[in-house]
Structure formats: C-alpha cells, structure tokens
Design a protein around this ligand. Structure first.
Ligand code: AMP
Length: 544
C-alpha cells in the first residue's frame, strides 16, 4: 500500500529558499586577492538571482555544464547555487591538475562556459586552444580583466551590474544532475561523478546531524578544503541550509593565514586534509593566536594521524572529527564520533576509537568483503575491501563505461578500493588503499598504520611509507620522513625504528628510513604515493 505524502522533489532550490527566508542577516566572509570581502546571506540571495539571469543571458540551458576554475570565495558560492538551481550542471574543476588532465576533463565534460579567478587565468591560457566545447570565459574578482589570450572573455561583476534582481527558479526533477566532479585518480584518466539534486539534498541533511558533523546556525564554518574537491565536502550546502556564517580562505592557505582567519572571524568549525592541520598545529605552537572559538576540526581525505588528534586536543583543547569519504560518496561515508558511554573509557581507548575513520553516516550502508566478494566479520581484526551503497553514492561514472565496469559488485555495491577493518562497535579503520598495501612475503603491512605511528614521534613532521622491491620478500616498507625543522640535524633512523619496535610486529619495521625536505602531494594535498614510489623505484634497501 502506498503512503499518502506529498510528492515533493528534493532539489537545491528548497535549501536556497529556506536560507533566504530565515538567515538573511548572517554573514559570508571571503579573503580575496583584493582584501577581505563581506556580505550577508540577503546580499548573497539577491546576487544568486542576478547570476541566474546572467547565466540565461549567456545562453546556458538545462543540462549544460558550467565549469568553475577558482579558489573558495563568495562568487564561487553564488555559482554553487545559481548554476544548479536554473537546471544546469556545476562542474568544479581542480586547479592543481596537469595541463593534459585539464584538457581531458573540460573536453569530457563538454563544458560550455568557464568561470575563472583572475590569478588562475595563466593556467587556463596554457590549455585554452585545446578546449573543444568552451564558448566563453567569465573572469571573477572585482577589478578589470587582466590582459589575456582567453577569448571571448567577459567580466563577472560587469555582467552582474546590469542583471535584474528577480528570478523564478524552475521546478526541477530531483534526479536531475546538479554537479560534476572528477576524481583525482592516481591511475588512468580522471573519472566523472555526476551528482543529482536528490543526492546532495539528502547528503546536506545527513552532514548537519549531530551524529555526523554537528553543524548548526550557531557555527562559523571555515571550509579550507577546496570547493573543487568533492564540493568542499558539501559544507557550502550545509552552511547555507542551516544558516551558519561562512568564512572562505581564498588562495590564502598558509598556516599563519588560516590561524589569523580563525582568530578574526571566530571560526567554530574548520575542515581540510591532515597536511593543512599539521602545518596549522606547528604555527599555533610557534605563534600567539586566539583560537578559543574553534570547537572542532574536521579532518578527512587521508588518515588523521593519532598524534595530530592528541596534539590538538591536549595543547589547544580542540577536538578533531575524523571523517572518511570519497568524491563518489558526495563525499561523506563515516565519521569517528564517540558514543556517549565511550566518554567514560580510559584516555588510551578513546584516542584509539577517535583515530579510526568512524561509523557509517545514517543513510550509508557499509560492509567489508574478501577478494571473492564474501562479507567479512566486524571483529576489528579482519581486513577487507570497503563496499558501500546509499542515496548519495555514485551509480556509474559519467560517460565512462570502462571505469564503471569494475567499480561495482554484481549485487550493486560500490567498491571503494580502500581496505579496512570494522570493530564490533561499528567503527571502520582504513588500513590502506588496495594499491598502497605493502605485500611482504605474501602478508600485508599497512602503510597507513606505520605512517601514523611515525608521525607521533616528536621529531617527525610528516611520514609516508611505501613498498620497495625486495628480492626475498617481494616488497618491504621504506619510510620517507620530513623532520620537524628544529630536529633536521639530530634525527636518526635508529631512534625511529626503536620508537616503532614496541608498537608493531617486528616484520612490519621499515627496512630503511630516508629523510627528505618534502613529500610530494597530490592535487588535493594528500601524500602522492605514486610519485614517491617512482622516486624510490630503484632504491637499494640495506641488505642487513
Ligand atoms: P577523494 O575522492 O579524492 O577524496 O579520495 C577518496 C579517498 O581518500 C578514499 O577512497 C580514501 O582512500 C582516502 N581517504 C579519505 N578520507 C580518509 C581518511 N579519513 N582516512 C584515510 N583515507 C581517507
């Protein structure tokens, strides 16, 4: 028997309108190259309607892809809402990709228009003559358009100046495409994830829940994670829905800049990848910033080292909410919040739980499976591939049957390529990407666990562990370590190995440790193990 409830489409327009009716006085603050920009959600709403008129005047039709090539700021936020609410598709392009990847992505997405920050024009100029479908470029920022070979080129603020303020957003189908984001895959071509209105609507609700990221009107949200990385983890949508003040860093991502912004704008929740917060932690140790407003740091994208979680909590009283997700999951999959009764557990136990990637968000079903696809027990020991399904999980890659072929199990679960254990309380702990696991004599060694332990050593700033060829064991771990600057001359391989020895099985101990100034990072700031493996491909491990 069917129920008797309204057929009400779950589209972004309703989130936008909810904000308009209730939160007009709340602020959006952006640091831009021209200085700090601030306005209210009432101003934002007016400009989203103006932008909708601009888009229509430029010929954007339902289903057209509109690309952004930009840092995090208010104009990007306006595009986040205006583009999907008129029925077009917001394609957020990763500004850190290589030229060939950019060309592939723009052409594969068949973008019609590109909105670009003035400072990023040179990156686009390098590829523009290879873009087959782009008809126009619109330059954001507030000044005059810099000298450029991009053509035809228009100025965002000029277009906005004469646009009418009224716009009636159409009723869309909740299954219509809202956005497109390509994963920063380390192999093959980037793969497109085409979000629906329905997926983002439900993801936005789920992300705000106290059991998830716990975001409300009272918060001041600082998405440092780029708006081209899985929609800044959905935070722009969440903040607009709940009416939280938003603070954007623009291109200013240095630890001191972030600390200043947190202090000046009284940020309560900041979100980004671990490397950002490792930098912030050291800046806070060395400087005198008032970060007392901060009540949570959301950390995801790669494993948050336990030392970072303990450090922020003990030294600054700021808890880290460790989350796991993927572009393919819109992106939220799990969050490591403690259950109430765990608050009574001994400190050691609590940190052990909080350093895990956490429990599935309500709406996401999660299992671990062996290579034959058999589900494995949640005993905290058995490792298997993480597989998920749910209303904000991708069902196929965009126009890419080849990539979609192996991404799903025969019974319809998405294969994440991550390997994890799940404990009886339901907390997942990622042990590796399938391709990063180190296979020594047929047994698996978790590079992530070794990295986390190493990063707990006071002289270590960053550590990445990779597999290096070994004649007898096929692969053995090599640790690549960036020392804390004050200890770069007195850190030794021996002390790190002795530090690890009581904490892991002896056959897990890295065969060697090399000290470097920097670990290569991917376009979204994660350790780039592929580049690292390439750098150390012929590395001779000590024979001892
Ligand atoms: P992306 O789509 O670029 O965000 O990449 C998703 C991948 O990042 C996941 O499949 C994981 O391998 C990794 N990842 C994301 N969050 C975490 C986390 N908290 N701990 C470990 N790995 C993570």
């Amino acid at each position: 028997m069917r129920g008797l409830m309204m057929d009400f489409p779950l589209t972004l327009k309703h989130i936008l309108q909810h904000n308009e009716r209730l939160y007009g006085k709340k602020e959006v603050v952006s640091r831009t190259e021209a200085g700090v920009h601030r306005y209210t959600y009432a101003d934002f709403q007016k400009r989203v309607r103006k932008l909708a008129n601009v888009l229509q005047r430029l010929g954007v039709k339902r289903g057209d892809r509109v690309a952004t090539f930009a840092w995090n700021h208010y104009q990007h936020l306006e595009l986040y809402f205006a583009v999907p609410c008129i029925g077009a598709v917001l394609h957020t392009v990763n500004i850190r990709l290589f030229p060939d990847q950019l060309v592939y992505i723009f052409n594969h997405a068949e973008d019609k228009l590109v909105f670009v920050d003035p400072s990023l024009i040179p990156l686009l100029e390098r590829v523009a003559d290879r873009l087959k479908t782009v008809e126009q470029y619109v330059v954001m920022g507030s000044g005059a358009i810099p000298e450029t070979s991009l053509a035809p080129v228009l100025a965002y603020e000029e277009l906005m100046a004469d646009a009418p303020e009224d716009f009636e957003f159409p009723d869309l189908d909740e299954w219509d495409a809202l956005g497109l984001c390509y994963t920063s895959g380390t192999t093959g071509n980037p793969k497109g994830v085409l979000y629906t209105h329905r997926a983002i609507f439900l993801h936005t609700f789920a992300s705000a829940m106290s059991n998830t990221l716990n975001i409300s009107e009272r918060d001041v949200i600082f998405p440092v994670v780029p708006m081209f990385h899985a929609n800044a983890w959905g935070l722009p949508f969440t903040a607009v829905m709940v009416g939280a003040k938003l603070v954007f860093p623009g291109p200013f991502l240095k630890p001191q800049d972030m600390a200043q912004m947190i202090q000046d704008e009284r940020v309560t929740v900041a979100a980004g990848v671990p490397t950002l917060w490792i930098g912030l932690y050291h800046a806070l140790k060395g400087g005198s910033y008032d970060i007392s407003s901060l009540r949570a740091l959301i950390v995801g994208g790669s494993a948050a080292p336990r030392a970072l979680i303990e450090g922020f909590e003990k030294d600054f009283g700021v808890p880290i909410a460790h989350a796991w997700g993927m572009t393919e999951l819109s992106p939220l999959g799990t969050v490591a919040n403690l259950k109430s009764y765990m608050e009574e557990w001994p400190e050691e136990e609590r940190y052990r739980v909080r350093a895990k990637q956490g429990m599935p968000v309500a709406g996401i079903e999660l299992r671990i499976a062996d290579e034959q696809g058999n589900p494995l027990p949640w005993d905290g020991k058995t490792m298997g591939e993480v597989q998920v399904r749910g209303p904000w999980v991708v069902s196929a890659y965009y126009n890419d049957p080849e990539a979609s072929k192996d991404a799903f199990t025969p019974d319809g679960w998405f294969r994440t390529g991550d390997v994890a254990t799940v404990d009886p309380e339901g907390y997942m702990e990622i042990t590796d990407r399938t391709k990063d696991l180190i296979k020594s004599g047929g047994e698996w060694i978790s590079s992530v666990q070794l990295e986390n332990l190493l990063m707990a050593h006071p002289k270590v700033m960053e550590a990445a562990v990779i597999a290096v060829y070994h004649e007898k064991w096929q692969e053995r771990p090599l640790a690549v370590v960036v020392p804390v600057p004050e200890h770069k001359d007195d850190i030794t391989k021996e002390e790190l190995i002795e530090f690890l020895r009581p904490q892991v099985a002896s056959w897990w101990l890295p065969d060697d440790v090399v000290f470097v100034e920097e670990i290569p990072k991917t376009s979204v700031g994660k350790f780039d193990k592929k580049v690292l493996r390439e750098q150390f491909r012929d590395y001779q491990l000590p024979t001892e």
